[in-house]
Design a protein around this ligand. Sequence first.
Ligand code: NAD
Ligand code: LMR
Length: 326
Amino acid sequence: MSAPIKVAVTGAAGQIGYALLFRIASGAMFGPNQPVILHLLEVPAEKPQQALTGVAMELDDCAFPLLKGIVTTGDARVAFGDANWCLLVGAKPRGPGMERADLLKDNGRIFIEQGRIIDEVAAADARVAVVGNPANTNAMIAASQAKRLTPDRFTAMVRLDQNRAQTQLAKKAGAETTAVKDIFIYGNHSPTMFPAYAHATIGGQPAAGVINDEAWLQGPFLDTVGKRGAAIIAARGASSAASAANALVDHVRSLVTPGEVHSVAVKSEGHYGFDPNVWAGLPVRTTTPGSYEVVTGYAMDDFAQSRIALTNKELVDERAMVADML
Ligand code: NAD
Ligand code: LMR
């Protein structure tokens, strides 16, 4: 058994928090041999702090063997102090009729402060995963505050989009989700995202050949994946929570598992024609636990290039909207 790691989770009494914490404590995120100490942050008001106390009580009541401690706090310095992983979930969700970018002005500020504090007090090996929307640009804002931690430490989640795309391809092909491989998300966690279906396989064969319906791949498939968040809000009256928590478990689990290739929003460094200074969904290969390299060399046809240009433009526009926060 390794020494416990400290995992900070913000928005810990929120919807995603409630679906996430029990999975971290059970070992789903860091594996069955990695004990954890949870540092749970909520806004310092009485009601959320009380709700957080209740969540901690429920965690206690699970008697998880890997859970070695719980800290509940309204103080970001306490939450991020010596944290090895900082999972930034706490932020406003959008409501019906809104785009995620509409949250920028309100949510962006959270990430200025949290990025700065993480840089000051988190562990030397700290990794940050941003879920709060708009996730890509919030990760950029947090990273822009850091002087000690390098930009590669700040990732944003597009794994929910990868999982959604995987299931849509499997359903269309009448295959198991496990038969679908190599479907990666490029760009923004927004309707402009591009799931690059041309590189996916189903049962070892090119997905486009198995599905044999280019119009569906370029139309309903992209639309369904890109607008799935809004469809869930319309159906449920609240934004996705359990599937988002599950995707964060996958995001981190893949990032601590060398050899995994998966979709993560990272500083683009210019790969695939993205502006070098935006956080874009890209395929990455985990090299050592917590570290990764972008997988380059996937060929992009004219359609793919035009979709990447579109989502890149949106990321560049979002960056301009928050120029005063960087
Ligand atoms: P929620 O409103 O249920 O919970 C958010 C919690 O964060 C609340 O309890 C709130 O008090 C807390 N919070 C707000 N500001 C905080 C701060 N500065 N520090 C600590 N806690 C703070 O919302 P939710 O459904 O859990 O969603 C959280 C965020 O995740 C939203 O922005 C949502 O849009 C986003 N999201 C992203 C994805 C993705 O794929 N990237 C998927 C689903 C949801
Ligand atoms: C999602 O994709 O489900 C989340 O980003 C929530 C949202 O606002 O769509």
